[in-house]
Design a binder for this molecule. Structure first.
Ligand code: ZN
Length: 251
């Protein structure tokens, strides 16, 4: 990992070796729980600039730690961030806290919606010390579909391992809400989402590599391909949906 962190070219070679054309690289700001500062977004943008056509930089705005959250969204877009990650359980606010007066969070969603930046929301439990799992429930993101209907919202990890039904419901309810299956062992994916095929148009493959419990990228792809899904659905989930949401951007 240290080698890849220091050298995007080495990472691109790794992607070649596992048959992956493009990757979303996730970063987020969580000074309280994990220790990631606002520099995480800038670092990620710089890293992905090595190959904007293949590396999709996710950044984040912690609305409690910036003076103008909306302006920070604009700044991130300018430096090459293609999507925002919100990690409610690690950032210690509910994804719909703007309804209880957390104005800077509304500013993040408003700007992201206005400039077409997708927002990925972490859903599902985490066991890191200090985490607040009550914020990790997918249903808290229902309000986003109501209040920001044009905002593309990606529900990361599909609420695993407790709230898959909520995530599935939300993806079906809201036209711009998507399911990300990263962090779910692919061989269990249809146990988690028995009706995955019905939302194949709105599901995105991901691995969560190099997160804990994700052994390897290629193995995950192979396990996914072994699932009894139609070839068409597999292609949508592995490729087409992401290509549509993140059109390749050339240098
Ligand atoms: Zn996550």
């Amino acid at each position: 990992m240290e080698k890849f962190s220091a050298d995007p070219v080495a990472f691109l070679k790794f992607l070649d070796s596992v048959g992956v054309e493009r990757a979303g690289l996730i970063s987020y700001v969580s000074p309280d729980v994990i220790g990631y500062t606002a520099e995480a977004s800038d670092w990620n943008a710089r890293y992905c600039a090595a190959s904007p056509e293949r590396l999709i930089a996710f950044g984040s705005v912690h609305p409690k730690y910036v003076t103008d959250a909306g302006a920070e969204v604009d700044r991130l877009a300018r430096i090459g961030i293609r999507a925002l990650k919100v990690h409610p359980a690690h950032q210690l606010f509910a994804p719909n806290a703007y309804r209880d007066g957390f104005g800077p969070l509304a500013a993040v969603y408003e700007r992201a919606q206005a400039i077409g930046l997708p927002v990925m929301i972490h859903t599902g439990t985490s066991i890191f010390p200090g985490v607040r799992n009550a914020y990790a429930q997918p249903m808290l993101a229902d309000d986003l579909g109501v209040d920001y209907p044009e905002l593309v919202v990606i529900l990361a990890h599909g609420g695993r391992p407790l709230w898959m039904d909520e995530a599935f419901f939300l993806v079906r309810r809201h036209p711009n809400m998507y399911l990300d299956v990263s962090g779910i062992p692919p061989q269990k994916l249809l146990e988690y989402f028995p009706r995955l095929e019905e939302i194949a148009e709105k599901a995105l493959f991901g691995t969560d590599w190099p997160g804990p419990g994700v052994p390897e990228v290629r193995g995950n792809i192979e396990k996914f391909l072994a699932l009894p899904l139609s070839e068409k659905s597999q292609r949508k989930i592995l490729y087409d949906n992401a290509a549509r949401l993140f059109p390749p951007r050339l240098k």
